[in-house]
Design a protein around this ligand. Structure first.
Ligand SMILES: [Mg+2]
Length: 177
């Protein structure tokens, strides 16, 4: 399978500040010019490995995760295949290699990813021309920048891979994105 050129990623975290514990990384390759989805990436990360690297937790985010609506998404916390932050990010670097764009909610997830790479003293997987923001593209197309307004939801809200796939489908549907 050839790797498609664009990348969408989504992080689930235990905080909304500058350096949150990363619970999960979900990503999918896609081709924005042809509207095709490709290979996926999904890792759940041990909280202990994030604490050991100095990442932090917000009480308000823990309360948010405890809400009954997130019971399904919380299953990721009990994934028996959890890996360390170091292993997850090194795998992600390999997955992301060569991407011509890396889409996310850039105001949050791109910065969280950067702080996680700094915490493991490993270079960020792409340079400054690669990150693309879903909300900016939405706004320029006259669409709602709110995630909850995205059509064609895949799977579970706040599952990082389901969110990434939903977001990739969404940006492929934005005119001229
Ligand atoms: Mg998400």
């Amino acid at each position: 399978m050839t790797t498609l050129p664009d990348l969408m990623f989504d992080l689930e975290t235990l905080g909304t500040g500058n350096d949150p514990v990363i619970l999960s990384i979900g990503a999918v390759h896609f081709d924005i010019t042809t509207g095709t989805l490709g290979e996926t990436f999904y890792r759940n990360i041990t909280q202990a490995s994030c604490f050991a690297r100095g990442l932090s937790v917000d009480a308000s985010t823990i309360e948010w995760w405890m809400h009954e609506d997130r019971a399904e998404a919380r299953r990721a916390l009990h994934d028996p295949e959890q890996v360390t932050l170091f292993a997850a990010l090194h795998d992600f670097t390999a997955f992301a290699a060569g991407a011509r764009s890396a889409w996310s909610h850039m105001g949050s997830d791109e910065g969280w990813l950067a702080s996680a790479y700094r915490a493991i003293a490993t270079p960020h997987p792409w340079g400054k021309y690669i990150p693309m923001d879903i909300r900016t593209a939405s706004k320029l197309a006259g669409l709602s920048p709110k995630s909850k307004d995205m059509p064609n939801r895949e799977g579970t809200y706040h599952n990082a891979l389901d969110d990434a796939i939903t977001q990739a489908r969404y940006v492929m549907g934005i005119p001229n994105a």
